[in-house]
Write a new protein. Structure first.
Ligand SMILES: [Zn+2]
Ligand SMILES: [Zn+2]
Length: 125
């Protein structure tokens, strides 16, 4: 039988995996509380930190300095300068191009974390 601890960890990961947004730790804590109100905030914060350290989840740095979290790695983020929404762009070709460029300098890329900014469709109006 799974320990309570393991179940809590799994729930945190499941919530992050299934959200389309890139939640802040507060938003994540809120989402988890609606699923299981018995998990304390301190437990959520502690586990999030551990997941980041262990490379299980990823931090997305934003312009206003508030960290957001992502279950997925190796894609490009676009942050809207007006509404702050973060969009995901997946493009294997870009990764291959970067890998090639860096290989020329004998650097071997394993992961990347790129954030571009600008204005999203609704903020351009
Ligand atoms: Zn926007
Ligand atoms: Zn993302």
């Amino acid at each position: 039988m799974k320990s309570r601890n393991t179940k809590q960890k799994e729930l945190i990961l499941e919530v992050l995996k299934n959200t389309k947004m890139h939640p802040t730790i507060y938003e994540l804590a809120d989402m988890i509380a609606t699923k299981d109100s018995t998990i304390g905030q301190a437990t959520i914060y502690r586990n999030i930190k551990k997941f980041v350290n262990d490379g299980i989840i990823y931090v997305v740095k934003t312009k206003n300095g508030i960290d957001r979290y992502d279950y997925y790695n190796n894609h490009i983020h676009f942050e809207c300068l007006t509404c702050g929404t973060i969009y995901d762009i997946y493009d294997e070709k870009i990764f291959k191009i970067l890998q090639k460029k860096f290989q020329n300098n004998e650097l071997n890329i394993q992961n990347y974390n790129i954030t571009l900014d600008g204005y999203c469709k609704s903020c351009q109006k």
